[in-house]
Design a protein around this ligand. Sequence first.
Ligand SMILES: [Zn+2]
Ligand SMILES: [Zn+2]
Length: 134
Amino acid sequence: MFFVRCPFCHKLVFRLFYEGHKRQHTKLRDDGQMTEHITVHPEGRYQGSLKGVPTAYRHDRCGGVTGMPEEIVRSYLVNPFLYSGGSFCCGCEDYRPYRELFWVETGECLDDYFQKLQDQYLREHGEPPPKTRV
Ligand SMILES: [Zn+2]
Ligand SMILES: [Zn+2]
């Protein structure tokens, strides 16, 4: 394979150029957040209604509330293993572990939430999805 499928923009990128290409996606913005996040290819994302799916989380330590972009929500709904361990907090301007973040809509800890989705995935598919190469 001379080409890799870029998990950020989903274009085929010549393998030798991929490191430089990836750097453009992952350089930090002024607010500390990565420019872009890896997502599931648009055609493979969750297509259903997002009714009842929480979209904003609170970080009690700083009081910040952060909204989760729709393409991220639709990606983790088909692959709850895609983003593991933490998420960006607008208040801290940094990544925080899931256990410190709570959904505004439901009050549920993101750690429990993603654990539940992962368990459900494993029950349905038997094994985790192949790891996305970044
Ligand atoms: Zn790309
Ligand atoms: Zn925070």
